[in-house]
Design a protein around this ligand. Structure first.
Ligand code: F6R
Length: 608
């Protein structure tokens, strides 16, 4: 949700800021802006829409300053207009902001009472005026920021530059991520290390409540009480990853095709292939045999990964699993059992609701484990143990490779817990592990369904609504399929447990609505086949995603069959995810949609 960057450079910084913003555009892309200091005076350029609009503006009206801040926005307060774009400024400073200032209304009223005039609909503008007010009372920039920060409620990250101060940049973090980059006579601040990767790999993450004063000589960190503190300098791996599309038209296509490799890499991290066993790459600070229950919470696609894992933990480890979306869980006041484990799943590791659920679980005495893709994220740093996914940076807003890597890690955890609890025999574990080892190869085969999917996309693109059905572990995949389609093609889609069809949604079936059935050859195939027959009897259009055996069993007329390889059914969701993603991808491409940056969305949801 919004990307922020700041640079104190050795020469003009606007170009570098745009480059960093490109790497942050996944966080929001409805407007962008830059402020630099030219001859000590603040100058701003802002533009509505994608970052390229700002880049074009800068070509016509360049900024020459050697210090500056930049922002790419995902609107929360106020429409995505140029006027609402960051940086927001006063005669004394400019500020960029990620997150939400919850008490902005009361602060705005107070400041209006002191004569401040507001020019935008944003919550951010109160920060500019609040610090300005402190400066008008005679404080220097640092003291003014220190006085203003405790008055702000909400989760946010901020970066400031000040008129007349060409060697000073201040950053602050409360609930939203912020990283400092250390260069040679240059200093940087950014929403993540990825943004700073072209400039430096020496990174320090701010702790929650920290603020930092940057000059060309370095960084001085302060905690929430204003005391000077030391924060560890790390070597970031971010620069090792090239953020480009390779030979693909979109990041999403690249990331779908990367899955055999990154799922293989992730599995290799957790499996002892020769012993046919799971070897967790970390010590568990609890005994899985003594767990009373698992609670899983996450948002969106990560939640669906958790929903698949519920079936696995229950089946392999005989552990009861409670699961809820994080935005509900955090406010439910849920009782948590003694000896319980909370698993949170998150690609970014920064999702506000997931983080709040993790904190709730900790306060309620749970062990905590996170499955995250960004090992330096807040969630990773706050939980007892981190189970990393090795998907590499995911840039496409629609999650693809992070999902299949999350599933891979969760499958390994379920097997490890099954082993530890004596619920899986050595042979059963070895069989599951050998099934998992086959997954990357099967994924590569599944991705070859591309040609059939492209053809199918032409008919799907004309649909108004699409229904996805699945049973057992394929049910969460039906939900994920519907989410993928709606978020990038804007076609209305619903996912349903196939058994629920006759309890309502069957009323929707007619010749116009495609029904995508996910039905691997598994123990519930027969039941799903009955549901397909019910659809067929009502003239419904079935698109079957399954192996040839299931197609044969189904014995119904289908409009299309996306042929999946034969495989052991437990891990079908990891392999069947590929055609589900490709259906959404090609449909959106055929419809000419902005696949990597769909409207209204952002990659990292650090606001509630
Ligand atoms: C959908 C998608 C979102 C995310 C959700 C959680 O394609 O990407 O639904 O899965 O916003 O994000 P993370 O995993 O970063 O917590």
């Amino acid at each position: 949700m919004c990307g922020i960057v700041g640079i104190i450079g050795g020469g003009p910084v606007a170009g570098q800021i745009v480059e960093a913003l490109k790497r942050l555009e996944y966080r929001g892309y409805d407007s962008a802006g830059i402020a630099t200091l030219e001859d000590g005076r603040l100058e701003r350029r802002r533009a509505q829409g994608k970052l390229r609009n700002l880049a074009e503006r800068l070509e016509k009206e360049p900024l020459a300053g050697h210090i500056g801040i930049g922002h790419t926005r995902w609107a929360t307060h106020g429409r995505p207009t140029e006027n609402n774009a960051h940086p927001h400024a006063s005669d004394k400073l400019a500020v960029v902001h990620n997150g939400i200032i919850e008490n902005f209304r009361e602060l705005r009223e107070e400041l209006r009472g002191k004569g401040h005039v507001f020019a935008t609909e944003t919550d951010t503008e109160v920060v500019a005026h609040l610090v300005t007010e402190e400066m008008r009372q005679g404080k220097g920039p640092q003291d003014a920021v220190a006085a203003a920060l405790p008055r702000l409620r909400g989760a946010f990250a901020l970066a400031f530059v000040f008129d007349g101060y060409p060697d000073l940049l201040i950053g602050a973090r409360q609930g939203a991520p912020l990283a400092v980059g250390h260069g040679e006579g240059e200093m940087y601040v950014g929403s993540d290390a990825l943004a700073l990767a072209p400039f430096t790999s020496e990174i320090t993450y701010l702790d929650d409540g920290d603020w930092v004063v940057l000059t060309r000589d370095g960084a001085v960190f302060h905690d929430a009480n204003g005391s000077i503190v030391k924060r560890t300098r790390l070597r970031s791996q971010a620069s090792a990853f090239l953020v480009d599309k390779g030979n693909h038209r979109h990041f999403m296509a690249k990331e779908i095709h990367e899955q055999p490799e990154v799922v293989g890499r992730t599995l290799a991290h957790y499996l002892d292939m020769s012993a046919g066993a799971v070897r967790l790459p970390f010590e568990l600070p609890f005994d899985p045999a003594k767990l009373s229950r698992i609670t899983i919470t996450a948002c969106g696609t990560a939640y669906y990964a958790g929903l698949v894992a519920k079936y696995w933990f229950e089946r392999f480890a005989r552990l009861p699993v409670e699961i809820d979306v994080a935005s509900e869980f955090r406010y439910r006041d849920a009782p948590m059992p003694e000896g319980g484990l909370m698993i949170v799943v998150s690609q970014s590791g920064e999702t506000a609701d997931t983080l709040a659920s993790l904190r709730y679980a900790k306060e309620n005495g749970q062990h905590t484990l996170s499955v995250v893709n960004v090992p330096t994220s807040t969630i990773a740093r706050e939980c007892d143990v981190v189970a990393p996914t090795l998907a590499g940076p995911e840039i496409g807003v629609a999650s693809t490779k992070a999902f299949t890597c999350q599933l891979s890690v969760l499958a390994c955890l379920a097997i490890a817990f099954g082993h530890a609890r004596g619920a899986l025999s050595r042979e059963a574990e070895a069989k599951l592990v050998s099934d998992l080892i086959a997954v990357p190869g099967l994924l590569a085969e599944a991705i070859k369904s591309t040609a059939a999917t492209e053809k199918l996309a032409h008919t799907l693109s004309k649909a108004r609504d699409v229904l996805y059905l699945g049973r057992g572990v394929s049910y969460p995949l039906a939900l994920e399929g519907a989410l993928k389609l709606k978020e990038i093609s804007y076609i209305h889609a619903e996912g349903y447990a196939a058994g629920e069809l006759k309890h309502g949604p069957i009323a929707l079936i007619d010749e116009a609505m495609p029904v995508i059935v996910i039905a691997p050859s598994d123990p519930v195939l027969e039941k799903t086949v009955s549901n397909m027959q019910e659809v067929s009897a009502r003239g419904g259009r079935i698109i079957l995603v399954s192996d040839n055996n299931a197609m044969h069993e189904a014995a119904v007329n289908v409009e299309a069959h996306l042929v999946m390889p034969d495989m052991a059914p437990d891990f079908a969701p990891i392999v069947y995810a590929a055609p589900i993603q490709l259906i959404a991808y090609y449909t959106a491409v055929v419809m000419g949609k902005d696949v990597d940056q769909p409207r209204n969305l952002a990659k990292s949801v650090t606001v509630e």
